[in-house]
Design a protein around this ligand. Structure first.
Ligand SMILES: [Zn+2]
Length: 99
């Protein structure tokens, strides 16, 4: 009952979240390069650590990684079907918007 002055309402969470997710946009943009192995070793590590810690980014990464497996095993082409490409684009946009 002595929670006056001890209320741990975290009003800073929103601002903190925004800051983190602003950063996430960069990471999300790099997920493709990460999967393509186009990032330098140092950057790779940074991105990987973020992916492991950040739910939304990890979700996007998982989705991308899985998609690549599906695409490479099912159509053996580098080109994604147009509908699929759109879906991914809007999914990533949703993720960025939502946060
Ligand atoms: Zn993130």
């Amino acid at each position: 009952m002595d929670d006056q002055g001890m209320t741990s309402e975290p009003p800073a969470v929103d601002a903190g979240d925004l800051a983190v997710h602003e950063e996430c946009r960069e990471y999300l943009a790099e997920v493709h390069q990460f999967l393509d192995g186009e990032l330098g070793a140092e950057r790779r590590t940074v991105v990987q650590i973020h992916l492991e810690r950040c739910g939304p980014c990890h979700g996007a990464y998982d989705f991308e990684a899985e998609l690549r497996v599906v695409v490479s095993t099912s159509c053996q082409e580098n080109e994604l079907p147009e509908g699929l490409r759109d879906r991914i684009a809007s999914l990533l946009r949703d993720l960025a918007d939502e946060v």
